[in-house]
Design a protein around this ligand. Structure first.
Ligand SMILES: Cc1cc2nc3c(=O)[nH]c(=O)nc-3n(C[C@H](O)[C@H](O)[C@H](O)COP(=O)(O)OP(=O)(O)OC[C@H]3O[C@@H](n4cnc5c(N)ncnc54)[C@H](O)[C@@H]3O)c2cc1C
Length: 553
């Protein structure tokens, strides 16, 4: 934490120098002693300190200053730092003003000039006050603060991005937080575009793109070299497993992830069935451990960075990133997973991020405290989200089109959902419209049994309605099935024929696609199991076939 500040303010240069000297002599080790030669420059300094989140412990201010008296300055200063101790430096003639100020602005002490020797007339008084200040001092949050409106999609995007990349930050809602109001007033324009991200050094970015924010906080977005033995696209469990195995077995490996390492698993509130964790584990924890392990083996993780295209120039596989740069490799693993299908109902697109969310947006969970939360879907992901939100929300309502959760959700989870008092399951129910101005206000639900619609007030709607693979960018570079999932290994053979364009004198390896040297792992693969453990298994198996392939090139 930055040292707390003691600020001396005096327009008389000689006195200011003497105060500074005496303060530094005794307090420089524990405090930052700053000085200002006018009330105006002192107020500017306080604005900067406030923006950086640095604490001020004590003001020592001369009463007699030409444009603003010490008392007038303190009146303004304590609006910014209400907890700081306030001491007035006075001449004998100012004693009455100082005594009045004790009541008016809560002066803690007035010291008469000169204060020599400080050991007798200055330090004992300040020691006492600083001790008192410390006893009531809550260290400020150190790090990034995000100031915005809870219902703004950009606020949601930035918070989600920071959370998923495990960057500690503090969220300040302009509607309810005094600190947020103070920060907004202090930014250059006084009316910044929100959300604004304020960094520890007091600098800020208004409505930054994820990439801009990533560069500012030191995430790696650019590769260190042009060529790698192995490039992995996607940083979910399958991509991370491939990275750990590949790098630990000596392959120069880079992993490219467009949002945050962890993938879908990283957004999962709880994974119950991962081997070796009998109590279950949070998806974010699994992601954190996997990323640490990959980094230990010197995997380069580029994030946020998207792969936009791939081409073959034998023996190289060359990928183009979203920013236009190209990287080449001998072997490529595609582990881009799936994402939720869009809910087709009027209003959903417009309010996505402003009360309507895809997946279990853990960032929003705490904001839903004491509210009713609606979840659309009936598979395990919806059930897990319901269990998670039920710990925060006053009530969780699952809206499911089917007539029984048991057909789509694991039995253990159905039992948990049924056992949770504040979860209500509405079967044969679908969302036909969502309504609201700049945020979700109500949803229209149709009961297919009675064909009646009902409009219910709602602030949060989380959607889990099946998945589509992230493969549009691949076009016909590799063979995909009708739904876009990538075919591999024996799935590629048609009546014993090898895939079109396949020139090698061997069949495609397990997990190898229709292009030699390009492999697939995890949820994005045709026929995959869609579980963490299978994704991890496929990522590691793919690396074994990468080794075999590398012997051929
Ligand atoms: C809410 C929820 C709960 C779940 N609970 C469980 C559970 O309890 N147990 C269980 O076993 N499984 C569970 N699953 C399923 C599990 O999370 C997935 O099976 C697993 O994450 C699949 O891993 P993956 O690496 O194949 O894909 P993903 O985890 O989907 O990762 C793919 C990654 O690729 C990135 N990407 C996509 N396109 C590109 C591109 N062009 N360039 C760069 N990067 C790209 C994505 O951003 C993503 O991070 C759950 C899933 C969800 C959503």
């Amino acid at each position: 934490m930055a040292k707390p500040v003691i600020l001396a303010v005096d327009d008389d240069p000689q006195v200011l120098r003497a105060v500074e000297r005496d303060l530094k002599r005794k307090y420089a080790r524990e405090y930052r002693v700053l000085r200002a030669d006018s009330a105006a420059s002192a107020l500017d300094a306080l604005d900067r300190l406030k923006l950086r989140g640095d604490p001020v412990a004590l003001f020592l201010v001369d009463q007699r200053m030409p444009r603003m008296t010490g008392v007038e300055f303190l009146e303004k200063a304590i609006e910014i730092f209400p907890e700081a101790k306030r001491d007035l430096l006075t001449a004998y003639a100012d004693t009455d003003a100082a005594i009045r100020a004790i009541n008016e602005v809560g002066i803690d002490y007035y010291l008469q000039k000169p204060w020599d020797p400080p050991e007798e007339h200055l330090y004992p008084i300040l020691d006492d006050q600083l001790e008192e200040w410390h006893s009531g001092f809550n260290p400020p949050f150190e790090g990034i603060r995000v100031v915005g409106d809870r219902w703004s999609p950009d606020s949601h995007r930035l918070r989600d991005f920071l959370a998923r990349n495990r960057v500690p930050y503090r969220w300040l809602d302009v509607e309810g937080s005094e600190e947020a109001r103070q920060i907004v007033e202090r930014l250059d324009s006084g009316a910044p575009n929100l959300p604004v991200v304020v960094f520890q050094d007091g600098s800020h970015l208004e409505v930054p793109e994820n990439r801009e924010l990533a560069e500012r906080i030191g995430l790696q977005v650019r590769a260190e070299r042009p060529f790698y033995d192995l490039i992995i696209i996607g940083g979910g469990p399958s991509g991370l497993a491939a990275a750990v195995y590949g790098a630990s077995e000596g392959l120069k490996t880079v992993l490219i992830e467009r949002e945050a390492p962890g993938g879908q698993a990283g957004t999962s509130s709880f994974i119950e069935n991962y081997l070796g964790f009998p109590q279950g584990l949070k998806g974010s924890e699994l992601a954190r451990r996997a990323v640490a392990q990959a980094r230990r083996f010197e995997v380069e993780i580029l994030t946020p960075q998207e792969v936009a295209d791939v081409r073959v120039e034998d023996p190289y596989r060359i990928i183009r990133l979203g920013d236009g740069t190209e990287l080449s490799c001998h072997a490529l693993i595609i582990a881009t997973g799936v994402s939720y299908r869009k809910l087709e109902a009027p209003g959903v697109d417009r309010l996505t991020g402003a009360g309507v969310y895809y997946g279990a947006s853990l960032t929003e969970a705490h904001s839903c405290r004491n509210e009713d939360v609606y979840i659309v879907g009936g598979a395990n992901s919806a059930g897990q989200a319901a269990m998670y939100f039920s710990e925060h929300a006053s009530k969780v309502v699952i809206l499911y089109r089917g007539d029984s959760l048991r057909k789509s959700m694991s039995e253990y989870l159905v039992k948990q959902v049924e056992g949770r008092e504040n979860i209500e399951v509405r079967l044969k129910s679908e969302v036909v419209e969502v309504e609201g101005g700049d945020r979700l206000e109500s949803i229209v639900v149709r009961d297919s049994a009675s064909d009646r619609t009902e409009t219910v007030p709602a602030q949060s709607l989380f959607i889990f309605i099946g998945a589509a693979p992230h493969t549009d960018w691949l076009g016909d570079r590799v063979v995909r099935d009708k739904r876009g999932f990538i075919l591999s290994g024996s799935d590629l053979s048609r009546n014993g024929e090898r895939p079109k364009g396949w020139k090698l004198d061997r069949d495609p390896y397990l997990l190898e696609t229709s292009v030699p040297g390009i492999f697939v792992a995890g949820d994005v693969r045709h026929g995959s199991i869609k579980r963490c453990a299978s994704a991890v298994g496929e990522g590691s198996i793919a690396v074994q076939f990468v080794h075999q392939y590398l012997k051929e090139v």
